[in-house]
Design a protein around this ligand. Structure first.
Ligand code: NAP
Length: 317
């Protein structure tokens, strides 16, 4: 079984930033990417608040550059999925489709997945009108009408992106206040292709072969209506990808990994970074920062394990 200094699970901005710092510290580093390289950020059409890119940059390009940078410093990046982990014995074991790997320190950067509405028709029409990714599927809605569900940054930003293709984008939100940044709200309000349906929830996604519309209930009046749309984009927040770690490290009541400010989890030698542990500000910049911290703490932990001199950087659990 191959032994690495650091294994990083996940290849979004947190995982790739951890890989840059870890490999640059000359630690033998393996990134196990998960199903797609780049995580949620890679599915974001435009990132305009990551420092250093005043014109904005696509999430795909930004994460591609991060990957290139990690490889340049010697990180191995493996397209693979983790099936299980054993954090009870050290070195830790990570089991993937391609085999078992061991590591002295583990960095969990598995991120989050889109939350589902849980209404009839949602599962049935995934790929046939129901989508969780405007960047992936928006192109198929040229001159069509679509609904976006949610009132956060993702819903409003992706609704704006969809106006490049769709002639009409309905934003269906359960309240009349938005979580989205003020600048995004303003842009959405000013966009003639966007129409808001507020204080309302989708109760069913309807169609035969593909989506033909949604049933909407107004929460204030109780009124039920049918909205004819060709696509439904669901952006109602996320759930953390932590099922692999249940019972092995401490999770909070919503399933996020509990870390301290230095990204230590409840298991010494296991660190977490990015959205999987972020409860204050889930942004690319904070994910990258926490990945860097996790990698530097992993370096200290390994030095401590091996009894190496590491002036000024001794590992404190
Ligand atoms: P979010 O901020 O958690 O917003 C989720 C939205 O979905 C809220 O409006 C919420 O309504 C609604 N919602 C939740 N459960 C629902 C349900 N069961 N039925 C109907 N509506 C429901 O999620 P997000 O927009 O995906 O953003 C996640 C994080 O990423 C946030 O921290 C966000 O700032 C960040 N982000 C930032 C950017 C950026 O460019 N800066 C872009 C994307 C994401 P309520 O408001 O009523 O709870």
């Amino acid at each position: 079984m191959e032994l690495y200094d650091v294994i990083i699970i996940g290849s979004g901005p947190a995982g790739l930033s951890a890989a840059i710092y870890s490999a640059r510290s000359k630690l033998k580093t393996l990134v196990i990417t998960g199903r797609a390289v780049g995580g949620q950020a890679a599915l974001t059409a435009e990132i305009e608040n990551y420092p250093g890119f005043p014109e904005g940059i696509s999430g795909l390009e930004l994460t591609r550059l991060m990957q290139e940078q990690a490889k340049k410093f010697g990180a191995e990046i493996q397209m693979d999925e983790v099936l299980s982990v054993n954090l009870k014995e050290h070195p830790f074991t990570v089991t993937t489709y391609s085999g078992d790997y061991q590591c002295k320190a583990l960095i969990i950067a598995t991120g989050v997945s889109p939350r589902k509405l849980g209404v009839p028709g949602e599962e049935e029409f995934v790929g046939r009108g129901v989508s969780f990714c405007a960047t992936c599927d928006g192109f198929f809605y040229q001159d069509r009408e679509v609904a976006v569900v949610g009132g956060g940054d993702s819903a409003l930003k992706e609704a704006l992106y969809l106006t490049r293709f769709a002639r009409k984008v309905y934003i269906i939100h359960r309240r009349d206040q938005f979580r989205a940044e003020a600048i995004i709200q303003e842009r959405a309000r000013q966009n003639e292709r966007i129409e808001f349906i507020l204080n309302s929830v989708v109760t069913e996604i309807v169609g035969k072969e593909k989506v033909e519309g949604v049933k909407v209930r107004n929460l204030k009046t109780g009124e039920e209506s049918f909205l004819k749309v060709d696509g439904v984009f669901v952006y109602i927040g996320n759930v953390p990808n932590t099922s692999l770690f249940q019972g092995q490290i401490e999770l909070d009541e919503q399933g996020y990994i509990v870390t301290d400010r230095a990204m230590h989890t409840s298991v010494p030698g296991v660190f977490a970074a990015g959205d999987v542990q972020e409860r204050v500000l889930a942004q690319v910049v904070t994910a990258a920062a926490s990945g860097a911290i996790a990698a530097m703490e992993a370096e200290k932990y390994i030095a401590h394990l091996e009894g190496k001199e590491y002036p000024g950087k001794e590992w404190k659990p």
